[in-house]
Design a protein around this ligand. Structure first.
Ligand code: SF4
Length: 319
């Protein structure tokens, strides 16, 4: 198999135009909106869910959706007085603050549009490049949440499983700058990889660093396996020399090879429960909240009610 993480392979950047940028999605009973200003991601996480069907191009060719800010503005303008809205997730299938953002600034411009139309948003990232937009998020701090995906405090493991990301210590330095300014932050320990990042030491270390960075919320989830993800995970297990790795994954995820196309396999209930208990205990010990600052029952807003800043519903209202 092609080594998707080859460090010396710089991605190719391409421009493309999109017809729509703001998309509705539903996960279980949660409805939301998402924008993805880029297609592809140079962070090269081996466990990435956004690759869908295995495609080396996902990591190597980054498409910048060059008309994103204009399309977003058009959509929001027509959305505003007709429909209910949800906070916007930036992004669900790419990292909006990957290095391409330094060149194209599409994420920044999309956020400026969301702010102009008073739309609340979450940013999901594992990049330090977001610090460029510290002031932009600060001026909107009651209506945005930054969710930092952090999986490991071990540099050797990070280089193997997500080689395009910055060191975790550098991430926490940036996180502190955000919390210092009162910007609401959550650490999402996701995905937790069995036998690789599920040790008590690793989880304790991430949660303790989060507390030191003044983060109040922790969330997390165990890896889900899909055929292409499993192929990459097998390489990772081999590179990290995990003894009986394949056998143990078969046991934890209870599957027989080959995994059929389209299957999405969760870890066993007992394993998931054990991990969640471990995370929960560490979070409580550190006097933090073990929850994603997610939208609850009041997650829909009549857009007519947010036509100006005075009657704008904030993300804080959802929590
Ligand atoms: S940062 Fe997210 S989108 Fe990018 S490779 Fe990693 S998991 Fe996939």
């Amino acid at each position: 198999m092609d080594l998707w993480y080859a460090q010396n392979r710089a991605p190719e950047f391409k421009l493309k135009e999109s017809k729509m940028i703001l998309h509705p999605f539903t996960v279980k009973d949660y409805e939301g909106l998402t924008i993805n200003p880029y297609q592809g991601c140079q962070h090269r996480c081996g466990y990435c869910y956004a690759t869908y069907e295995w495609s080396p191009e996902f990591y190597d060719r980054i498409y910048a959706k060059s008309n994103s800010p204009q399309i977003l503005e058009n959509q929001l303008r027509s959305w505003k007085f007709k429909k209910q809205i949800h906070p916007v997730m930036i992004s669900s299938a790419t990292d909006a603050y990957q290095a391409a953002e330094l060149k194209f600034e599409l994420t920044r411009r999309c956020i400026e549009v969301l702010q102009k139309y008073n739309f609340p948003y979450y940013v999901f990232t594992k990049s330090t490049i977001i610090k460029r937009d510290l002031e932009l998020h600060k001026r909107y701090k009651d209506n945005c949440i930054i969710v930092w995906s952090i999986t490991t405090s071990d540099e050797n493991i990070r280089r193997c499983i997500e080689p395009g990301t910055p060191p975790t210590s550098a991430m926490f330095e940036v996180i502190s700058k955000f919390t210092d300014l009162g910007i609401r932050c959550c650490i999402n320990v996701d995905p937790i990889l069995p036998l690789i990042t599920d040790s008590s030491d690793n989880i304790e270390s991430i949660i303790s660093s989060s507390r030191k960075a003044n983060v109040k919320y922790i969330s997390g989830a165990v890896l889900r396996l899909r055929r292409d993800i499993w192929e990459r995970m097998k390489v990772i297990l081999k590179l990290l020399d995990i003894k009986n790795g394949i056998k143990e994954y078969n046991r934890i995820f209870q599957f027989i090879e080959p995994i059929k196309a389209g299957r999405n396999i969760a870890a066993s209930y007992s394993y998931t429960n054990m991990i969640f208990e471990k995370v929960r205990k560490s979070v409580l010990k550190n006097e933090m909240n073990f929850e994603f600052p997610r939208i609850n029952g009041a997650d829909k807003v009549d857009a007519r009610n947010i036509s100006n800043n005075n009657d704008q519903l904030t993300l804080v209202d959802y929590m």
